[in-house]
Design a binder for this molecule. Structure first.
Ligand SMILES: Nc1ncnc2c1ncn2[C@@H]1O[C@H](COP(=O)(O)OP(=O)(O)O)[C@@H](O)[C@H]1O
Ligand SMILES: [Mg+2]
Length: 255
């Protein structure tokens, strides 16, 4: 179900997140009191310059990196108040992850990557796992690539397998750190559309870190991180800024 911003209960609420690295001369404050609410059914895009804290924020929100201060409530549960084991179980049960480097297993085919999650993660019988993997491969446009291993796939195909693996368990949350960075625009756009479908059709809460401003129109919300501080300029303003950039590009190419 799709929720407009600010309506319904947030699926994830973070307040006052602080995270630093190093000490003394080398101290870097990656997150400087960041608060964010995210809602089911929405794809949120997180942008910002390199080193602005995007990966740190994603890791803190998803239970991978402990903040120095602040809280994260996910599905109403205090993520950083849990034991390590509870948090790991929470990630297994509710979170899908997609990274730039795909993180696929060289020995497994596209189909096996998906079936593995359902058989060993969700305890589904082989036949049901097979059927659901077939459906997902079709959705990903990988029906003909089902039996290929990563070495035989293009970057776009590998990233689609990684997305399939993250989405096939129908997670409440999906965290994607620069999933389009290694792809050309056509494949990058496909990736974002798949994530958007998971949000709009399945009610997932999706956070995508990306650089390419062409993704902005595909997002429900846009956040901007700069020096560890989070702003939400709003889609309209982000798109206006985009038009200005595009306008100046086409003007430049006209000369
Ligand atoms: N494990 C780490 N050790 C030391 N510094 C780190 C570590 N991770 C991130 N940083 C620093 O924190 C800041 C934010 O990093 P990061 O979250 O990776 O930014 P982004 O993903 O926006 O490029 C950077 O200055 C980076 O060098
Ligand atoms: Mg990063």
């Amino acid at each position: 179900m799709y929720h407009e911003r600010g309506h319904g209960e947030p699926s994830l609420r973070a307040t006052g997140l602080v995270r630093s690295f190093g000490a003394g001369e080398t101290l870097t404050t990656a997150l400087n009191s960041v608060s964010i609410d995210m809602y089911p059914g929405q794809l949120a895009l997180l942008m910002g310059p390199s080193g602005s804290g995007k990966s740190t924020l994603l890791a803190v929100l998803s239970g991978l990196l402990r903040p120095d201060a602040g809280n994260v409530y996910a599905l109403g549960r205090d993520l950083w108040g849990m034991s390590e084991r509870q948090r790991e179980q929470f990630r297994l049960d509710y979170c899908g992850f997609i990274f730039q480097g795909y993180n696929l297993f060289p020995a497994l085919t596209a189909r096996q990557h998906l079936e593995m999650i359902l058989r060993w993660g969700k305890n589904l019988p082989a036949r049901e796992a097979h059927e659901r993997a077939t459906d997902m491969l079709g959705l990903l446009g990988l029906a003909k690539k089902a039996d290929l291993r990563p070495a035989q796939m293009s970057g776009g195909e590998k990233q689609r397998v990684a997305i399939g693996r993250a989405l096939i368990k129908e997670p409440a949350f999906c965290f994607a750190d620069e999933p389009t960075a290694a792809l050309d625009w056509k494949h990058g756009e496909q990736v974002i559309e798949l994530l958007r479908m998971a949000a709009h059709d399945e009610g997932a809460t999706i956070l995508v870190v990306a650089h390419d401003s062409r993704i902005i129109p595909h997002a429900d919300r846009v956040f901007h991180l700069e020096d560890g501080c989070l702003l939400e300029p709003g889609i309209d303003e982000a798109e206006r800024a985009l038009r200005v950039i595009q306008g100046s590009k086409s003007l430049a190419s006209g000369f």
